[in-house]
Structure formats: structure tokens, C-alpha cells
Design a protein around this ligand. Structure first.
Ligand code: ZN
Length: 168
């Protein structure tokens, strides 16, 4: 397995809308394995393929304390949502920035697992927030897009300054 490079905001490629997966094969499973490794190494609780510059609808998450509950979502769709919850979010593509975001609290989603089997699942709390955050990535949306334009501009400025400070 390999650790993959994560795109950093405001990289334009984070704005690409990912395409649906048509074939769940060994190549895709290898990609999923690399995505989990990259996520656990970072460390993070979720990673969308968009963030590693692969524009296919694939998400990996694991919100467990011990990192032993990996969940793969291929072509995920939210089919029901209810309630509101506000929670501080961060993103591997926007390192060092944490802001409160309001989203639906409960979701029911449909997806395909790494063996190609469709499934449906309900999620609440951190898992619900994480899945919504990752599905946003597949649509080219970042958590800062849920903030005010003023806050977003500030964050972008900060990130661009960091970019300049990073060794080439
Ligand atoms: Zn993210």
C-alpha cells in the first residue's frame, strides 16, 4: 500500500465533481486500501478520493476511537436527513483550520461496499457529520463553503500565506 498526497485548499482540483464508479474491481480496491492508509497516517477520520486527485465517487471513513471500524462508501447518496447539529469540523485538505458547521443530525444513506454490494445505513453524531463532509468533497464542496464569505476569505488568505511559507 502507499501513502498518497493530499490536495491542499485552495487547490482548484478540490472543486472537481467526481464521477460515479461503474466497476468495483481490484484496481478500485487497491485505491481504497491506499486511501485508508493515507487517512490513518494523516491521521484523519474520513477521506474522499477527490482529496487525492482521483475524481471518482469513493469515500473512506473511520470515526472509531481505535481505528478499527473502516467503512467504505462507493457512489454514496443521502436518501433521508433529519434534525440539525452544530459541530466543529476540520479537513485534511485545510490543515490547522477548525470551524463550527451546522448540518442535518441524522442521515440515511445508500452506497456500495468494497465487494460491490449495495447497502443502506443510518448514521448520527460524528459518523453522520463525517459522511456528509466527505460526500461534499465528491461534489467539489468544502466545509468552509458552509461558513460566511468573510470567514472563508480569511481562511483562504491564511492558507495561501502558509503555502508561500512552505518549502518548495
Ligand atoms: Zn475534508
Amino acid at each position: 500500500m502507499a501513502n498518497l498526497d493530499i490536495l491542499i485548499y485552495p487547490d482548484d482540483r478540490l472543486r472537481n465533481v467526481a464521477e460515479s464508479v461503474t466497476n468495483v474491481d481490484d484496481d478500485l480496491r487497491a485505491l481504497i486500501g491506499n486511501m485508508f492508509e493515507t487517512m490513518y497516517t494523516a491521521p484523519g477520520i474520513g477521506l474522499a478520493a477527490t482529496q487525492i486527485d482521483v475524481h471518482q465517487r469513493v469515500v473512506v471513513v473511520d470515526v472509531s476511537e481505535n481505528g478499527d471500524q473502516p467503512l467504505t462508501l462507493i457512489n454514496p447518496e443521502i436518501i433521508e436527513s433529519d434534525g440539525r447539529i452544530e459541530h466543529e469540523e476540520g479537513c485534511l485538505s485545510i490543515p490547522g483550520i477548525y470551524e463550527s458547521v451546522e448540518r442535518p443530525e441524522l442521515i440515511k444513506f445508500a452506497a456500495i461496499d468494497r465487494d460491490g454490494n449495495p447497502y443502506e445505513m443510518e448514521a448520527d453524531g460524528l459518523l453522520s457529520i463525517c459522511i456528509q463532509h466527505e460526500i461534499d468533497h465528491l461534489n467539489g464542496v468544502l466545509f468552509v463553503d458552509h461558513l460566511s464569505a468573510l470567514k472563508r476569505r480569511r481562511i483562504k488568505k491564511k492558507m495561501l500565506k502558509h503555502e508561500k511559507d512552505r518549502p518548495a
